[in-house]
Design a protein around this ligand. Structure first.
Ligand SMILES: Cc1ncc(COP(=O)(O)O)c(C=O)c1O
Length: 273
């Protein structure tokens, strides 16, 4: 496809058709489980299951068929699931929510639960995938294999929109001629750029480089954190995907990106005291 959101839409269609044709859920009753605090793009279907009010405000009515769970919490997933659940759509690391890593062991448990309950595990790696976390795919950190994978962003090598929904034939084959398509999806230029981009990642060892440089970046940022307490609350990430958690009573990331500087924060804190 072209954008990440379109690949997510493709995943949703595939999961629903798989749920109906393979799992036997009556058409129209299929449900997909999504995490609270998710980010999967900005189409009207996708923002319909966002829990961020600013993405939704004024854009209703929204599409049904999604149920929320608390990320990292298997009990919450079990509680949200029904016989009509066809898939769990999930980010391996929550980017937009603040580069939040999954609790250890969560994905292994989720993988086992999905297999046991005939539910597809769909891994949205639009942000995390293709080396950013120091492995080709973030799911490799968890020692699992999802049933389907969504890729975008880096797949276009920073040049043009290319995205993909990837799955084994047993899942993908629910798409039949005419059931899905896009004018520019898989066009020759985009495919050539994606292939070349993958080749550069491989030949230049950029995945390994992300692991190395990421470890260095995190270590240095932790030094800065030690100096800048209480301004920096946490530093977390994998590979070169790193988040710096700013103490909210000092400032927000939005303040920072709009020109705010720590000195002002310290003044503000001193005044408050
Ligand atoms: C996890 C995830 N999924 C989907 C998307 C949507 O991708 P796009 O902006 O290319 O539509 C994003 C965008 O940031 C994302 O981070």
């Amino acid at each position: 496809m072209n954008t990440g959101a379109e690949a997510v839409e493709t995943a949703i269609k595939c999961a629903r058709r798989w749920g109906h044709r393979v799992k036997g859920i009556p058409d129209g009753r299929q449900q997909i489980l999504v995490a609270r605090g998710n980010f999967h793009g900005r189409t009207s279907t996708i923002i319909g299951f966002s829990s961020e009010p600013s993405y939704r405000d004024g854009f209703g009515p929204f599409c049904g068929g999604f149920r929320h769970f608390a990320y990292g919490d298997m009990d919450s997933i079990r509680a949200a699931a029904t016989d009509d659940t066809c898939a769990v759509l999930i980010e391996p690391i929550r980017g937009e929510a603040g580069v939040l890593l999954p609790p250890p062991g969560f994905f292994a448990e989720l993988r086992a639960w999905c297999t046991e309950n005939k539910v597809l595990l769909i891994d949205d790696e639009v942000q995390a995938g293709l080396g950013r976390t120091g492995k080709w795919f973030a799911f490799e950190h968890e020692g699992i294999r999802p049933d389907a994978l969504i890729l975008g962003k880096a797949l276009g090598a920073g040049l043009l929109p290319v995205s993909a929904f990837c799955a084994d034939a047993a899942v993908m084959d629910v798409f039949t001629p005419n059931s899905h398509g896009s004018t520019f999806g898989g066009n020759a230029l985009a495919a050539a750029v994606a292939l070349e981009g993958l080749k550069v990642l491989e030949e230049e060892g950029l995945v390994e480089r992300s692991a190395e440089m990421g470890a260095y970046l995190i270590a240095r940022l932790r030094d800065v954190q030690a100096e800048a307490r209480p301004l920096i609350r946490d530093v977390r990430g994998r590979g070169l995907w790193v988040g710096v958690d700013i103490e909210p009573s000092c400032a927000t990331a939005r303040d920072w990106s709009s020109g705010w500087r720590p000195a002002a924060c310290c003044r503000r804190r001193r005044t408050k005291r």
